[in-house]
Design a protein around this ligand. Structure first.
Ligand SMILES: Cc1cc2nc3c(=O)[nH]c(=O)nc-3n(C[C@H](O)[C@H](O)[C@H](O)COP(=O)(O)O)c2cc1C
Length: 458
């Protein structure tokens, strides 16, 4: 393998993201997730390790499918309590210069007008380091939180998402011309009104007639992330996503997904390489294979299996409390995350509960840095992915060890950068301009004048 891999930390503003129960480990610090100091220390560690970004998952809603109750999730800290992911972005941005932020925003619980403003504000404050993970939700508890009886059906959620994208692209790309802010103190003109345009949209799900409230930020549209791999999810990703996050243990499945996604992107008029694919991965490392294995077993002893099943129940919409622990999770018609539902089929319910407590749904690599990097290379060779989202185990030690042990080994083999590239998040990942370019659908709304990047992009 020769290409350099992209790397994100996969995290969430909560005490326990994927590795259920490891908040109990004596060295774990996740209970500090409510403090700025915790996130700033983590951000510094990730930037020291030249991580491309921190990818912040977010779940609007509580995991109450298991046993038809939120009690297990609450007592095990299964992704609850959980604070807002956008709130910690400026906190981390303040102590870093290059680290990107891929932040999850769930369309059913947002309005494009206010969401566009939030993202532009953060793109300003981070100097162009914002990405948005576009999700469509999967928990009925979230829908109930905003007054609905239940969430909209799976495929219809993507139809709504398509229109949401059109509205936010119009606001980000088509409301303010470059140079609209003249800041002319002598004339008393801050913004030239002739260079600011109303956005009108009258669609099936959204109607809006408004000026975007923010002046243009470095990237305008954030780097678009997406993580759904159902047929509808893939079609959405092929049209919109710049980075796609895939979770599956089966390398053959991931390889086929990468191939199919790139082919669909090309069918949308984009280049195959316009979409980067990052796979979910977790790593437990140590000075030797034996030390890593001992650490893995130590971690496992702190896992909470019921909370892990509450997690799977929420992801799939199927109550695991009702299933025999020895039953294999059959191919299920999930109204939740179909890609996760189908990747669970190969193990029994009990095996998954054991598995999930260290590294969550990720394939977990256990070994010395040499062993781990051998497997990372194998993953890339077998699947064609561009990089990884690294799920944590015990924090912050797992990220510190990854930075201190695994990063140097990857650098030694030439598969990982030794310094950051300059520019915004998009420039760092794609080595091109800061803004989305045609034929991406966002570029359709770009204003024809005063736009140097568009001209150079053709
Ligand atoms: C690896 C992975 C991570 C995801 N992270 C989130 C998340 O943080 N928040 C969320 O609401 N949905 C998340 N999702 C769900 C999806 O992004 C998606 O919107 C939805 O569940 C439909 O996915 P599907 O097309 O695979 O069925 C994730 C899905 C995958 C596969």
């Amino acid at each position: 393998m020769t290409k350099q891999i992209l790397l994100n930390a996969f995290d969430m503003n909560t005490p326990s993201h994927q590795s259920n129960g490891l908040w109990r480990h004596p060295r774990d610090q996740r209970h500090r997730y409510t403090s700025m100091a915790y996130w700033q220390d983590l951000a510094r560690t990730l930037e020291r390790g030249l991580f491309d970004g921190i990818f912040l998952a977010d779940v609007t809603g509580i995991y109450d499918v298991y046993g038809n109750s939120p009690d297990t999730a609450l007592s095990n800290a299964t992704q609850v309590p959980t604070n807002d992911p956008f709130a910690i972005v400026p906190v981390m941005a303040a102590v870093t210069e290059h680290l990107g932020f891929g932040v999850t925003g769930s369309i059913p619980y947002l309005h494009p007008y206010s969401f566009a403003r939030l993202v532009t504000s953060l793109d300003h404050l981070t100097n162009g380091r914002i990405g948005w993970n576009v999700v469509t939700g999967y928990l009925n508890s979230a829908a109930k939180g905003v007054g609905q009886v239940q969430q909209t059906a799976h495929d219809a959620r993507y139809d709504i998402a398509d229109e949401f994208m059109e509205v936010v692209y119009k606001l980000w790309e088509g409301s303010w011309e470059d140079g609209a802010v003249v800041l002319d103190k002598a004339a008393g003109i801050y913004t030239d009104p002739a260079r600011v345009h109303r956005v009108s949209h009258d669609g099936t799900y959204y109607a809006l007639d408004a000026v975007h409230l923010c002046e243009p930020s470095p990237q305008r549209s954030p780097v678009i992330y997406q993580a759904g791999t159902s047929p509808k999810g893939q079609a959405f990703a092929a049209a919109h996503a710049e980075c796609v996050f895939v979770a599956n243990h089966n390398r053959g499945v991931v390889a086929e997904y990468v191939r199919s996604l790139r082919a669909q992107a090309v069918a949308c008029g984009r280049a195959a390489d316009d979409v980067k694919v990052l796979a979910l991965l977790s790593v437990v490392t140590g000075e030797s294979d034996a030390a890593a294995r001992a650490k893995f077993e130590d971690y496992q002893s702190y896992g909470l299996r019921q909370g892990a099943l509450a997690l799977i129940s929420g992801w799939t919409g199927v109550d695991m409390a009702k299933l025999d622990p020895d039953a294999t999770i059959a191919e299920m018609d999930s109204d939740g995350i179909r890609s996760i539902a189908s990747s669970l089929c190969a193990r029994t319910v009990g095996e998954w509960a054991d598995y999930l407590v260290v590294g969550g749904a990720a394939p977990t690599l256990v070994g010395s840095p040499v062993t781990v990097v051998d497997q990372i290379e194998q993953w890339v060779d077998d699947t064609g992915v561009d990089g990884f989202n690294l799920a944590y185990t015990v924090m912050p030690e797992c990220m510190e060890e990854f930075v201190d042990l695994v990063v140097p080994e990857m650098q030694r083999r030439g598969i990982y950068k030794t310094r950051y590239a300059p520019g915004t998040m998009r420039e760092k990942i794609f080595g091109q301009g800061p803004r989305l370019r045609a034929p991406h659908p966002a570029a359709r709304w770009r204003l024809p004048t005063g736009d140097a990047d568009q001209a150079s992009a053709g």
